[in-house]
Design a protein around this ligand. Structure first.
Ligand code: PLP
Length: 347
């Protein structure tokens, strides 16, 4: 039985082209700047997101932390949405290691921040107050259902913030999903961010790695911070080789994941006992809730597992299913059939 694992797009496996590229990768000591494959990946990544330079890091979490460390001093304040991945799911790394205080403000349902609220949250000059040094945006917005922020929404916050001399960091773990969903060049989403982090190891299928991009000076300082965190990867070109395939071959197909997510979301919305907010199904994620007391969460998870279907449960009957490479339309049909059967007669 094929296991249809929809818990995350991080479960994707490297493609045969990636494995071949990894096998053949030319490598060197990257801490000394001598890994030609990492150098190639960093140049390609910087070009793709329209920045001067980029840095290969082991994970999105380290990429966000390196960015915060590089933008901020200890005791600074950073502004971010209450549903930001950096705030919710990165083990408070920014406070533990960068020594910054998170000032969270509401995220709208679609993942956006209200520009007026952001500006009003920036601290003034006063002996009692921490300086605000960074605003973090997220696109696509994971905890808001994989919603896409348009370039106008991004700019409506980033432009006035930067006019105040405050830097903007984009947690763009899935920014290529956003660009593909909008049908625009990813540069249009990154143009007003001082730094951007994006992941290779989610929908783009690379086994490991993320990139941080920004000005040459920012990346020079970020490289030192990566070293401090233990993220210098020596002959990491073996991993970067897969990353190059991810960026050159895997971006276009994200559209397929978005189509499958839509199909899944629409299908699940018709299953009795489940509720789906279809407005937020814009990329490769479908969040849904169990809204019947005739079926308990563990019972549902076991019944799905018996049929080879895995979804993520995040407490209080809230589930997430993420489509990705290796999940075909027929798998979605199987998942829907399974839900209809399990939930039938339970409402
Ligand atoms: C929006 C967002 N940012 C950052 C990360 C962290 O990436 P990693 O798991 O590579 O540390 C994730 C992971 O899911 C994410 O969804």
């Amino acid at each position: 039985m094929k296991v249809i694992d929809l818990r995350s797009d991080t479960v994707t496996l490297p493609t045969p082209a990636m494995r071949q590229a990894m096998y053949e990768a030319e490598v060197g000591d990257d801490v000394l700047g001598e890994d030609p494959t990492i150098n190639r990946l960093e140049t390609l990544a910087a070009e793709m997101v329209g920045k001067e330079a980029a840095l290969f890091v082991p994970s999105g979490t380290m990429g966000n932390l390196v960015s915060i460390l590089t933008h901020c001093q200890r005791g600074d304040e950073i502004i971010l949405g209450e549903k930001a991945h950096i705030f919710l799911f990165e083990v408070a790394a920014s406070s533990a290691f960068a020594g910054v205080q998170a000032h969270i403000i509401p995220n709208r349902r679609d993942g956006t921040l209200d520009p007026e609220t952001v500006l009003a949250t920036i601290r003034g000059e006063n002996i009692h107050l921490p300086p605000t040094s960074l605003v973090c945006l997220e696109n696509t917005h994971n905890w808001c259902g994989g919603c896409v922020l348009s370039r106008e929404q991004m700019d409506s916050v980033a432009v006035p913030v930067r006019e105040r001399g405050i830097a903007v960091h984009l947690d763009g773990a899935r920014v290529f999903n956003a660009a593909v969903a909008l049908g625009i060049d990813v540069k249009e989403l990154t143009r007003n961010a001082d730094s951007v982090m994006f992941c290779l190891s989610k929908g783009l299928c690379a086994p490991v790695g993320s990139l941080v991009a920004g000005t040459a000076d920012f990346i020079r300082r970020a490289r030192k911070n990566r070293k401090m965190l233990g993220g210098g990867m020596r002959q990491g070109g073996i991993l970067a080789a897969a990353g190059i395939v991810a960026l050159t071959e895997m971006v276009g197909r994200l559209e397929e994941d978005h189509r499958n997510a839509r199909l899944l979301g629409e299908g699940l919305s018709e299953v009795q006992g489940l509720a789906v907010d279809l407005d937020t199904v814009q990329t490769n994620m479908v969040f849904f809730n169990l809204v019947t007391d005739k079926m308990a969460v563990p019972e549902l998870l076991v019944a799905l597992d018996d049929e080879g279907v895995k979804v993520g449960h995040y407490g209080a009957g809230r589930f997430r299913a993420v489509t990705h490479h290796g999940i075909e339309e027929e798998d979605i049909q199987h998942v829907l059939k399974t839900f209809r059967r399990i939930m039938g007669g339970r409402t």
